[in-house]
Structure formats: C-alpha cells, structure tokens
Design a protein around this ligand. Structure first.
Ligand code: ATP
Length: 250
C-alpha cells in the first residue's frame, strides 16, 4: 500500500491501517526509527483491546493534561519519530492551543533524524522547533540519551511526552516536573511514573487534549488547578487495565 488515500473509508480497520501507513512512511522518510515500528505494533495490540476508543478515564486525563499545560509557566511538548509521523499537524495545533514549545527528543538520536523531524514539523506549520541545540542533560542518564535543550525540556515545568522510554520518563519525573505521558500500555514504566498518564492512542489523545484546552481557554487558574488536583493517576491506570483485561470486544 503506497498511499493513505488508497485505504477504503469503509474498511473496518481503516483508522488502524492509516496509522500503520503513516509509521511506514515515517520510516521511509527517515523520521521514524525501525524500533518505532516495534513500538507501533505493541501499541496496536493494546489499542485493539481498548476497542480503539478513548475510554472515559482517558478523556478525564486529557482534560487534566490540558489544564496542567494551560497553567504551566513553561510547557514543552516532546516529539519523537512516532508522533511526528502520526500527528504532525495536531502537534502544531496543540502547541498553539496551550502556548508550548515543540522539542524533538529522540531515544536513538541521530543528527539526520533530528533534522528530518524538525523539517517535517516545519512543513506542517511549526515556527520554532527545539531540540537541535542539545545544550543540557537530564541528570541520571547516559550522555546521548540525556541530551535536551536548556531553554526547552530542561527548564520546562510541564512536559508532555508521548511514547517515552521508561528510563527517561523516570529521570524526567525526578527533575520535579509535571510529566504528562501518552502510552497505550498502562503497565509501562512511563505510564506508571507520570503525574498524568493518558492511556490512549496518541492519534486520539493529542487532538483530545487540544480540544479540552480550547474549551478551557477562558477558565481561571483556580478552576484549572482544581481539575489537575482532582485527577487521580492510579485510578486512571486501573481503569485502563480493567478495560484491557476485561473489556468486551464487539
Ligand atoms: P517502558 O520502558 O515504559 O516500560 P517500553 O520501553 O517497553 O516501555 P517501547 O517498546 O519503547 O516501550 O514501546 C513504546 C510504548 O509506546 C509501548 O508501551 C506502546 O504501547 C506505546 N505506543 C506505541 N504506539 C502508540 C501510540 N500511537 N499511542 C500511544 N502509545 C503508543
């Protein structure tokens, strides 16, 4: 299959095929790593069991994430090769809705892939893309995996990390940031260490957060704070695990 448009709209697995195609295309274009294909496969399995839908607790998490991002002094959205291939336009939209920076942040960092992702985001409307300076390090990680921008993730108070590796999610959490993680596996370390874990497909979660952020645009700080404080990470993870283990497939 070479073109997304060739996937018939009425195909019962249309959305899943489009997603898969975008990742394949990302690999061909040097945006997504080969490991990204494996991550995609793992994600698909969890999403299948969730019924490929945003469960109510994930929607609550997306609302809490929107509130946390709106409250932040310096929010940063971390972008890897999978999300860049899947939702480039939606990343630019969410950055705009919550006034956050986009920072390319790769587990398997190569200068070529960093540049390809930054270009891809710019083609989709991003003006400023961080991550290329790499002038700071997340403490507790080996040199290559630790690299971030000083005026980006390093200094951010709230970071959104879709599909982060567990070690790095843990190290970021220890930097005293509010960490929002999007991960379809509620048992992954990334989801477990997040202040706000969102167990949902990034394809739905990123626009989901944006839509909540737009609805909350006029809310005062006290209302936003209450939404964040009321969110219960353990309950959200438990609800996702219940849905995956016990859900009825149609
Ligand atoms: P951890 O170290 O956090 O336990 P891991 O290193 O085992 O996790 P990877 O193999 O790197 O995890 O896989 C990345 C994670 O991203 C998987 O948990 C997978 O479910 C999730 N994932 C893949 N695609 C998506 C997607 N589109 N949306 C949300 N999550 C996804």
């Amino acid at each position: 299959m070479t073109d997304e448009a060739e996937i018939p709209e009425d195909h019962p697995r249309h959305d899943s095929l489009v997603t898969r195609h975008r990742i394949e295309d990302g690999v061909d274009r040097g945006i997504t790593s080969r490991q990204g294909l494996i991550a995609q496969g793992r994600g698909e399995a969890f999403d299948y069991l969730l019924g490929e839908q945003t469960i109510p607790r994930a929607d609550d998490a997306e609302r809490a994430a929107a509130a946390a991002l709106l409250l932040a002094d310096h929010p940063v959205l971390s972008v890897n090769g999978n999300v860049a291939a899947l939702v480039p336009e939606e990343l630019v939209e969410i950055a705009d809705a919550v006034d956050a920076d986009l920072e390319v942040n790769l587990f398997n960092r190569t200068e070529e892939r960093m540049a390809a992702i930054a270009d891809h985001l710019r083609e989709h409307g991003a003006e400023d893309v961080k991550g290329l300076a790499a002038d700071a390090e997340i403490p507790g990680l080996s040199h290559e995996r630790a690299k971030v921008d000083q005026d980006g993730i390093y200094e951010a108070d709230v970071v959104l990390v879709p599909l982060e590796d567990g070690d790095r999610a843990e190290a970021l959490g220890e930097m005293d940031k509010t960490e929002i993680v999007i991960d379809l596996n509620p048992l992954s370390r990334s989801a477990q260490v997040a202040s706000i874990p969102i167990v949902d497909n990034a394809v739905r979660a990123v626009p989901g957060i944006t839509s909540h952020a737009r609805n909350l645009a006029d809310a005062d700080a006290a209302t936003l704070r209450e939404i964040v404080d009321e969110f219960d990470a353990d309950a959200a993870l438990a609800a996702a695990e219940d849905a995956i283990r016990g859900g009825e497939l149609e």
